[in-house]
Design a protein around this ligand. Structure first.
Ligand code: SF4
Length: 348
């Protein structure tokens, strides 16, 4: 029973991205330095004002709203809302210190007690569900208009599998023709190792996203830096073949036949070409298995002989035996010749 397909008939209403969304949790402290916050959200800055582009965070979750007299923080939020960034705030916060045009997070308890009915008509709701609620609770979803759902089963609950709970939720939504976008919201425990976080995000959310189940990610870990969580989210969406925000690289694992320092050269190439979403570059240590392994890449950089590089466009070799020291520049020229190059964005 496949339930729902990414990108089809879903109303993203500007606060999500149709190829997969990244949501981030933002603290009150971050609002104190708006320009830093805009940069952390990967927003483009034009005269100090934020603008969204392909790699900008789509919506933010605020656990607390700034006081009504904190004009600077509220102005920072207003500017984000003005460029269609969703700002999600808890129901209780929105009732006590309302922020115009914010979305409101409603959990399953507030759904079943009817507390969400206290909100002014037209308020956009984000409903957080665990996926293992009784069907009577999920049935309330049939009577409401939610902008998105957060699948929000606490990570520490080892009795219930997140993946199974999510599959149950998607099955329910599909059976009832409820076409809400669903964001995988994972709150990681403090102290989790960065590698474990990446693996857990991949196994819990990535496994579903590759099946077309879900529309984005909200990864939270109080002791991990913001950029790491944002990059992990975008990398996961790209790995799931959803939203390409940077260059895709294919590389061989290297072996005894490798004709150059694969790691060093890969790092050099990445440094100069990582800003080309939609372009894929293969870096292969030799030609033995190269062409087969790099079949999907747009451009190939392949060891041809000691100190010499061959360049490919698709599976066709177009330049042979380039001296190693000129090969990265030759690769960039090749990308330019094929109209796939853009200059890196200038830092304001
Ligand atoms: S492409 Fe060549 S260098 Fe790379 S792993 Fe395969 S055989 Fe080894």
């Amino acid at each position: 029973n496949v339930i729902k397909t990414q990108g089809e008939e879903v109303d993203y209403r500007g606060v999500l991205h149709r190829d997969g969304s990244v949501l981030m949790s933002v603290s009150l402290n971050q609002l104190k330095t708006p320009e830093l916050l805009y940069k952390s959200l990967a927003a483009k800055l034009v005269v100090g004002m934020p603008f969204k582009d392909l790699a900008t965070v789509d919506s933010i979750l605020l656990r607390q709203l700034p006081p009504v007299d904190d004009n600077d923080s509220r102005l920072a939020l207003k500017r984000l809302i003005d460029v269609s960034m969703g700002v999600i705030t808890p129901l209780s916060e929105q009732l006590t210190k309302p922020l115009p045009n914010a979305m409101v997070l409603v959990n399953s308890k507030e759904l079943s007690t009817g507390a969400y009915k206290l909100l002014p008509e037209g308020t956009r709701m984000v409903v957080s569900v665990r996926g293992d609620e009784p069907y009577e609770v999920l049935d309330i979803l049939k009577g409401i208009d939610a902008t998105m759902l957060l699948h929000d089963l606490p990570f520490s609950e080892d009795k219930v599998s997140r993946v199974h709970a999510a599959r149950r939720l998607f099955e329910y939504l599909g059976d009832n023709s409820l076409n809400f976008p669903v964001i995988h919201h994972i709150q990681f425990p403090s102290g989790i190792h960065r590698d474990d976080l990446v693996i857990a995000a991949g196994t819990n959310a990535g496994a579903l996203l590759v099946d077309g189940l879900g529309d984005g990610l909200l990864l939270e870990a109080a002791d991990k830096d913001f950029d790491f969580l944002r990059n992990t989210s975008f990398n996961l969406l790209q790995g799931c073949r959803m939203r390409n925000t940077k260059t895709e690289y294919v590389s061989c694992p290297s072996c005894g036949r490798t004709l150059f320092d694969l790691q060093e050269i890969s790092a050099q190439i990445r440094e100069k070409t990582s800003h080309l979403p939609g372009v894929s570059i293969a870096i292969m240590g030799c030609i033995v298995n190269g062409p087969g392994e790099m079949a999907d890449a747009d451009f190939g950089y392949v060891g041809g002989a000691p100190g010499k590089i061959d360049l490919y466009v698709g599976k066709t070799v177009v330049k042979r035996a380039i001296e190693m020291e000129h090969a990265t520049d030759a690769l960039i020229q090749l990308i330019k010749d094929h109209g796939r190059w853009v200059d890196p964005p200038a830092e304001e």
